[in-house]
Design a protein around this ligand. Sequence first.
Ligand code: ADP
Ligand code: MG
Ligand code: MG
Length: 889
Amino acid sequence: PKFVYDFREGNRDLKDLLGGKGANLAEMTNLGLPVPPGFTITTEACRTFLESGEEPPALRDEVSAHLAALESEMGKRLGQADDPLLVSVRSGAKFSMPGMMDTVLNIGLSDASVAGLAAQAGDERFAWDSYRRLIQMFGKTVLDIDGDLFEEALEEVKRAKKAATDVELGADDLKKLVKRYKKIVADGAGREFPQDPREQMDLAVKAVFASWNGDRAKLYRRQERIPHDLGTAVTICSMVFGNLGPDSGTGVAFTRDPASGHQGVYGDYLQNAQGEDVVAGIRNTVALADLESVDKASYEQLMEIMATLENHYLDLCDIEFTIERGKLWMLQTRVGKRTAGAAFRIATQLVDQGLIDEAEALQRVNGAQLAQLMFPRFDEDATVEMIGRGIAASPGAAVGRAVFDSYTAIKWSRSGEKVILIRRETNPDDLDGMIAAEGILTSRGGKTSHAAVVARGMGKTCVCGAEELEVDTKQRRLTMAGGRVVEEGDTVSIDGSSGKVYLGEVPVVPSPVVEYFEGRMHAGADEADELVAAVHRIMAYADRVRRLRVRANADNAEDALRARRFGAQGIGLCRTEHMFLGERREMVEKLILADTDSEREQALKALLPLQKKDFVELFEAMDGLPVTVRLLDPPLHEFLPDITELSVRVALAESREDPNENDLRLLQAVHRLHEQNPMLGLRGVRLGLVIPGLFTMQVRAIAEAVAERKATKGDPRAEIMIPLVGTVQELEIVKDEAEQVISEVEAATGASLKLSLGTMIELPRAALTAGQIAEAAEFFSFGTNDLTQTVWGFSRDDVEASFFTAYLEKGIFGVSPFETIDRDGVGKLVADAVKAGRATRPELKLGVCGEHGGDPESVHFFHDVGLDYVSCSPFRIPVARLEAARAAA
Ligand code: ADP
Ligand code: MG
Ligand code: MG
């Protein structure tokens, strides 16, 4: 194979082979843009190197040939003493990856050629500045020497010279610095800094190859599910110099504003600087617009190039450029990152400009961005002091009083106080405090820390790893960078989308996007209108192209109505256990305590009208749309008092010699129903089979509610769902009884109820025998929460707080399987069950009602396996609509 591509030979479609950087440099070259000549070594060469530990034998010759061609094009040889060609060696994988080696500039400089460069440029300072940069970057990234050693040496030389910035250092200072740098290399690497330019280049190339398997790079790939065998490309690019004086400089720019999407001039420029100086923040940059007054010709050329790039890539691009003595050079471009709001606006702007069509617009946004736009947020106009910034671990805007331990968090929140739990880091003992808090702030840990994982799981706002804030849990206070302190009880605000931490209360404003979905959007600020208009249009495209229908998980009329406003096309899961709580609990207790048939019948009879009323309201709210009602699922003990509390009460009463008959019976029942492992115990269909009359009461309530709605000219469309079925026999028994009840109600009311009966597929055995189960079920709804739990053998209520952090850190999975469906395991069962079910009953209706129904990646999976609908919490419906469309487009 061919291992090396000249920039003129590549193009942007070759990212697999040339990496993102190499492919786009080639694309720009072929567009006729001013790119310094160069070539790219393929990922395939890297793969060979990683497999065998050696470069492919042909590589060396190919590189030599390309280097020779480059040298003759440039009219000078690499490192040539009197006029050296210099190059950069740049890493560039298909996906940009933190933790990989980045770039070494000025390769080719040596003790000999530094003088030649000085003479050619007529600038000694520049030459020595370039040389010290080479040794610094090479030492750090190729020879693995601690970068701080170089920084410290630089600082010392600056201090000795009383220089505020590096530009104030003269040639002599830089010569001294080079000497010190060389010593640092010799001491740190046990070898001299290589003087042979080709050796410099070869070592740098190898270092880039090897960095693919660095620990951080590997971890990042595991978490992001990037295959380990892609390898990285290496781009060799002839140097251009932004550090050649005031008519030179380097900059970064966006073709439009990555925050709002507006077209214009966005970027930073730094005179007399090289490479990363702009982003490193070592000196103050100027706004790109000011380049016009510094160098009008280059500025105008840059504007033209930016327009060319946008029209070519049909998207916002970000770029890196350098001006060398008035000549503009392009060093990088790629489709640029943007904020969530800008993504929606840019997508519609590009449609309006005729650059992309609606289907493409859908690919330019995603559900995660939409979800982000739906969180309430802090009022941007508020002037509250920002005191630190950490990692944006779980989005949202939370305000509360600072507490430093879980106990206080719980105590204060019980008394109606909003609190922010502040910890150095959290551990499973903090769980209750985290639940009680509005938000969580930690000073240590990253995106996979305990705090971050658990907060995301609970949908709670979290900022973690705010390192400049020192947390002292003993003294109950937090010390800011300047030494000021936040005491327990002070109000703080944390922004989980930006990672910002404020002292004081930042006013929270509802998201305009939610106001829009709720139908309450009033014309506010122009910014918001623009965003809402863009979201509106994208959602309209989405609804036109998606195949999956989207339903809501909702248990009451209020949620159902909201879900409808958000675009729900029915209810996929109505949990009836919520109808057994509150004041009805007593009736449920009676049912559980019933000793005789008649006592039990009495209890059920009391519950029937209440259930029926709930259903009537629900069917009215969802008139004309399907409503799947799940019969009682949780174990009965959940409806009884807590065993410890009750035991204490009974014991107290006994000590007072005043036993309470009812409490005693309750306690007996609690003991009788106690299970070691309730999630695998007496619940779902098992309850229906063991407690006579329970399921039939529920079926009757549904049937009568449907009849009542029909009588008042409503259009109820109820579906009855039996949970936790493991075998078709269970379903058949319940089904026979249900059909009996339904025909009784039909006979009594004279109405034809058209109720369908189906089941959840949430146990591995159900999925494995789906073909048999479909004989008795008119529909399947995949309960992927329980299915994930039972397939992995993970207790959903425990794992997130216990060992998931470790699993995420080790990269065993990049995201919890309860958040995104595990395609290979749980997903395979779903896919097989879909096939088997449809083979038995071609018209079988198929949906999913686990949390996964609103998760972007999972929605794509459910589209792929051919489900009819997904069902999720009302708030996630817009996200599901959008992702269903993206999956179909
Ligand atoms: P990263 O992926 O970290 O951005 P790059 O390879 O883009 O790494 O290079 C780092 C910096 O060096 C960038 O600012 C880039 O513009 C600059 N740079 C890279 N190659 C050259 C070159 N041949 N001439 C001048 N500057 C360069
Ligand atoms: Mg770059
Ligand atoms: Mg379940």
